[in-house]
Design a protein around this ligand. Structure first.
Ligand SMILES: *[C@@H]1O[C@H](CO)[C@@H](O)[C@H](O)[C@H]1NC(C)=O
Ligand SMILES: *[C@@H]1O[C@H](CO)[C@@H](O)[C@H](O)[C@H]1NC(C)=O
Ligand SMILES: *[C@@H]1O[C@H](CO)[C@@H](O)[C@H](O)[C@H]1NC(C)=O
Ligand SMILES: *[C@@H]1O[C@H](CO)[C@@H](O)[C@H](O)[C@H]1NC(C)=O
Length: 347
């Protein structure tokens, strides 16, 4: 009897331990997991993420918020913020970064035109704004991951918008600094801008193989800052004239793996594309295919704010209440609508 219960105990702890380790399945995009992480990314917009965390996980996982941070960033005029949760049951840590509070902060700041120019720990060049934000939040991440109780826990990293950019800098650095092995880190971001250049992309893909960059239809932010276009490409007659990114240029922005593109509205059952095509990490059959019209980003901004059928910041501020409803996409277009959608959203 005693032996039996000891065995049962060992088996059960073993099973829990096994379930904590990322496996080869984690190299595949898992939409259920992405929807859970989107809830957490939304929760970062709330002053307290507890409601979103509780609505995302079953209580027996005992997910606890161990850190909520908010530090002044010297750009976007608002804090770089986020929180960290731990499940001792699953032996997992999840690091969540917040995006910008308003569209105006997001699109009207200088980062959209800046080329990557800041060295990121020898991995490649990244956007200086994002690097500064990363450095102001890094200590919170490092001290949670380096805490003696959690040393071997697998790590999820996520965020929407600017939060996605901060996630995409934290994840490779976690591996680069030896805080975790590559196979212990998994990242899923939503509406992430281009954080670095081609060199950074290559280094990132080596360090963080379990990486998914979810993009929604014509969300404008993943197209910023611009990549260098492949000018040798001749758009077919009748196309909108769009050209792919140049996969040899280290000058402009260049995404890391792996885009997951939802061309439709992202409601339950929507189709998505796993963007493994060429050019590598800038698959021209995914969100790069349609020409980006920066003169009319009204719908592109709406697509940026809305993922999986929710207006991400409002959903988070409302505690991820599934009964919340949201306005549909705008019908007005043109520069006037852009200005009112950007400026009218100040909160
Ligand atoms: C996808 O993620 C969910 C939630 O973590 C998990 O329950 C499910 O087993 C995963 N599916 C696969 C195929 O890994
Ligand atoms: C983690 O902790 C160890 C031991 O205290 C220390 O040597 C190391 O520098 C820490 N790593 C980071 C990235 O903080
Ligand atoms: C989402 O798209 C599907 C397929 O095009 C459509 O049937 C559905 O009505 C749309 N849902 C919303 C909320 O727009
Ligand atoms: C945007 O507007 C400028 C100035 O009106 C014009 O020169 C440019 O061609 C427009 N771009 C697109 C993509 O329509």
């Amino acid at each position: 009897m005693k032996t039996y219960s000891l065995l049962a105990f060992l088996l059960s702890t073993q099973l829990i331990w096994v379930s904590a380790v990322f496996t080869s399945e984690d190299a595949q995009y898992n939409e259920t997991e992405a929807r859970m992480l989107l809830n957490l990314a939304a929760g970062a917009y709330a002053s307290d993420a507890t409601a979103c965390v509780q609505r995302t996980f079953s209580s027996n996982e005992n997910q606890m918020i161990i850190s909520q941070f908010s530090v002044k960033c010297d750009f976007f005029g608002n804090p770089c913020a986020g929180y960290i949760i731990v499940s001792e049951v699953l032996q997992q840590i999840t690091v969540v970064f917040r995006g910008t509070k308003t569209n105006s902060q997001l699109l009207l700041e200088g980062w959209t035109t800046l080329k990557p120019s800041a060295d990121f720990y020898g991995i490649g060049l990244v956007n200086t704004y994002f690097k500064k934000g990363h450095e102001k939040t890094w200590d919170y991440v490092a001290s949670a991951l380096n805490h003696t109780n959690y040393l071997n826990y697998d790590v999820y990293v996520t965020g929407h918008s600017l939060g996605g950019a901060l996630a995409a800098l934290a994840a490779p650095r976690i591996v680069h600094e030896g805080l975790r092995q590559s196979q212990q880190v998994k990242i899923i971001t939503f509406g992430e801008p281009r954080v670095g250049n081609l060199d950074f992309s290559h280094g990132y893909d080596q360090l963080v193989p379990y990486s998914f960059r979810v993009t929604h239809a014509i969300d404008v932010v993943p197209h910023l800052p611009a990549c260098v276009k492949d000018l040798s490409y001749t758009p077919p007659a009748g196309s909108d004239g769009s050209k792919p990114c140049d996969p040899t240029s280290t000058n402009g922005g260049y995404h890391h793996a792996m885009e997951i593109w939802y061309p439709g509205n992202m409601t339950q059952g929507s189709q998505y594309m796993v963007c493994t095509g060429l050019p590598r990490d800038e698959d021209f059959s995914c969100s790069d295919a349609p020409k980006v019209d920066l003169n009319d980003t009204t719908l592109g901004v709406w697509d940026h704010r809305n993922y999986f059928g929710v207006e991400v910041p409002d959903f988070g501020k409302g505690g991820c209440d599934p009964s919340m409803t949201f306005a549909g996409p705008p019908t007005k277009t043109g520069i006037g609508a852009l200005v009112s959608s950007v400026l009218g959203k100040r909160k």
